[in-house]
Ligand binder design. Structure first.
Ligand code: 3HC
Length: 308
């Protein structure tokens, strides 16, 4: 048996892979790609919600949102640390992001014009993230699976707080309910795009599923998300912005229309409403915060030096 054959048999038998184990270069490469992009998404994802920290409608909502945004920073930390076990560095990953060589989730390139958008992000974006991240807790690569277990523990709070914002708005004035509907109209389709292109247009899925990185296909997880979320929208008394939406009694699934894949690829190519703003903000944070990193590294180096 070759190393590659032994490796494939190991992961096919649900074996875990640890940093010091032999692994195909392509396995390492696709994990650095996926985990670093996941980490970038967590950190960039702090911007749209951070935009409302100073404008939350009450001290309670502000404290909840602050806790959530801080959680996302921690999620990014876990994921960058998991990616670094594959031989890349934090600096390299962030440089690749800012240079446009690495992606982050398309969903974070949309604006948050009202407080209802913060509710829609928690409910839909974190709801989609939960659907996609729970299977990753069983990923074949040990550090990624362990990071996901920690992250998933916090995601359900993220989704609940977003849904709770929309429950309040939908039980409020007509204007507040309309704000919630407008936010659902803005975030519904971009949330479906979070699961990636259709399976027949996904270049990475087949191999990622063979290597037990991905447990379910993009379309399977998208369908699960729609089936779980449509009844929640109906409970709020909101309309899903999809004229093709209908329940298929025989299959037991909600049938839905096709996302605008041209918009998806346009946003991935950097032409979304907020792409330039998000990357410029991330570049400024890296550059303006460099002195903190330098000071911390100098202090750590001094402590390592033997006393004279
Ligand atoms: N945004 C940006 N890029 C996307 C994308 C999206 N929504 N969906 C797919 N892509 C990219 C892929 O990265 C890939 O490009 P690449 O080869 O240059 O990396 C290309 O489109 C083709 O997609 P594939 O389906 O072939 O790629 P994958 O097999 O990697 O599947 C994925 C895409 C489902 C996003 C997978 O990478 C994944 O599960 N990643 C981990 C989860 C993640 O990153 N979630 C992002 C949101 S994190 C979040 O929401 C935090 C929450 O707390 C708010």
């Amino acid at each position: 048996m070759t190393d590659a054959e032994r490796f494939d048999a190991h992961v096919a038998a649900e074996g875990k892979v640890e940093p010091k184990d032999w692994m195909p270069d392509a396995y390492r490469k696709t994990l650095v790609r996926q985990i670093s992009q996941h980490a970038h998404s967590e950190i960039i994802g702090m911007q749209p919600e951070g935009n409302w920290l100073t404008r939350a409608p009450s001290l309670r909502r502000k404290a909840i949102l602050l806790a959530k945004v801080q959680d996302e920073a921690g999620h990014g930390l876990y994921l960058y640390a998991a990616a670094e076990t594959l031989g890349t560095s934090r600096d390299q990953m962030v440089d690749d992001l800012i240079a446009g060589k690495a992606k982050y989730s398309s969903i974070f390139n949309y604006p948050t014009p009202t407080w209802a958008d913060i509710g829609a992000i928690g409910w839909l974006v974190d709801g989609a993230a939960i659907m996609n991240q729970v299977p990753l807790c069983r990923c074949s690569y040990g550090p990624y699976a362990r990071a996901m277990k920690r992250i998933c523990k916090e995601e359900s709070f993220h989704q609940r707080q977003g849904y709770d914002i929309l429950v309040s708005l939908c039980r409020g004035s007509d204007r507040q309910k309309q704000m919630a509907q407008d936010a659902l109209d803005r975030w519904w389709w971009p949330s479906l795009m979070m699961f990636g292109p259709n399976d027949d247009a996904s270049p990475n899925s087949a191999q990622s599923m063979k290597w037990r990185i991905k447990r379910f296909s993009n379309d399977e997880l998208r369908q699960r998300f729609v089936d779980a979320t449509v009844p929640q929208a109906h409970f709020l008394g909101l309309r899903i912005p999809d004229d093709e939406l209908r329940y298929d009694d025989t299959a037991g699934h909600w049938r839905f229309g096709e996302p605008d894949w041209e918009e998806f690829h346009r946003v991935l190519a950097g032409d979304g409403p907020m792409n330039a703003h998000r990357i410029e903000h991330r570049r400024r944070a890296r550059d303006d915060g460099q002195w903190v990193l330098d000071a911390a590294s100098a202090h750590a180096a001094k402590r390592r030096r033997p006393a004279a």
